[in-house]
Design a protein around this ligand. Sequence first.
Ligand code: ATP
Ligand code: MG
Length: 497
Amino acid sequence: MSDNNGIILKMENITKTFPGVVALDDVSMDLYKGEVLGILGENGAGKSTLIKILAGNYIKDSGSIFVDGKKFEISSPSEAMASGIRVIYQELNTLINLTVTENIFVGEQLVKGPFKIVDWKAMNKRAVEILNELNVDIDPNAIIGNLSVSEKQVVEIAKAISKEAKILVMDEPTAALSEEETQSLFKIINTLKSKGVSIIYISHRLKEIFEITDRVVVLRDGKKVGLRKTTETDASELVNLMVGRDIREMYPKRELVIGKVVMEVKNLTAEGFSGISLTLKKGEILGIFGLLGSGRTSLVKALFGANKIKSGEILVNNKKVEIKSPGIARDEKIGLVPLDRKVEGLALSMGVKENITLANIEGLGNGFLIKKQLENKKAQNWVNEMGIKTPSINQEVNSLSGGNQQKVVIAKWLESGSEIIILNEPTRGIDVGSKIEIYKLMQNLCEKGSSIIMISSELPEILSIADRILVMSKGKLTAQYLRTEATEEKLLQSACI
Ligand SMILES: Nc1ncnc2c1ncn2[C@@H]1O[C@H](COP(=O)(O)OP(=O)(O)OP(=O)(O)O)[C@@H](O)[C@H]1O
Ligand SMILES: [Mg+2]
């Protein structure tokens, strides 16, 4: 058993329960030296829980873990780290008041000399090297709180690869990354692999699973339901294993019922973009595509009153409005599903119910009891309709899986009765089956008269769901296509102008 047949990590019969949920049910898996092992599964299947047990964040109820053939009782994250297990978590853990360099080296600063003086120069140099490898232009002295979500994600990755790792775990590392950054990450994964590092890779993006993994494990409802060599399986088999049924129609099509203009933006300029004009029609889904830093998030934030407008006009239903704050946006019946649900979208310590209905409590009729009953009923409806996996509507949102938290944010805004709904990467972290449900909900809303602005970096998604697509690059609008005329090439070309 000297090299354990190349097995670096063995997880045997791992079980973990939370009140009301069996998150992992007798799961076993092996990880070989120098391989990339994918883990697939619907939202709430148990992927992150497995990782958190390996990383010492959660204590398993039963089962065994062996690293390098030796039994391994991990009881804290620092122990896991000391054993060469590094994790990039699904939920960003960056410390917002620190600089990029401080964050990368937090807890393990480089020191020099006999007095172990903190070596900032060396750390800055190393930080720049790693960021260059990742092919991103981020100032190592920038404060994390001022970075965009995707930049924060890159810093998380840099942090994980800054020290030698034996086992590197990535829980949806590309959820906030552009195609380019994803490719840079894959290059790094391949380099690490060739150095013998073993990688566990979790993603809802099947394309990535096929591109980067050697084998794939599929979890469903906490159980391992399949293990395949990546070259010996295909997307439909994996989806079938994940959801237990065939998914044929990925993108539901609909008849267009587009009405009058409900929002008109004239020559709008704010931090991050300038001179943008657009119209949004009743019943329309308007897509916005652009690469990182193109100004898409700044634009939708300005439409929602969260980014100060410098010049230009916004008209809602032909009336000029000054959207100076999100409160005013809400009064104008504009809702926003933000990119970073943790910061802007959810009250994490409150229940599922409160999160869905709190912003919308006025609509719930008179009388305390009636309000309570209606609130429960509404929340339960959304939980059913969107398939939010939770033991009850009173569960703290904090304890839901990443994808299920995202569903709660979407439900909150759909419930709000907004006439103009802005969705920033709505299906980020959402599993394939649930995506279809969300697309259907979006279409139903449009049929009932709402209008949607959707930012998406997923080309197939935006090409199928949006009726019209605007492309942004460097803070300007560079092109506009009807769905019927748009292609992946055209969108990418216009995004790179
Ligand atoms: N701290 C916790 N307290 C209670 N329940 C939890 C906790 N952590 C996870 N769960 C539950 O365990 C189950 C598995 O969650 P997990 O986060 O592992 O799913 P996942 O496969 O990572 O999903 P996603 O794709 O949405 O990220 C879910 O039902 C979740 O609500
Ligand atoms: Mg997860």
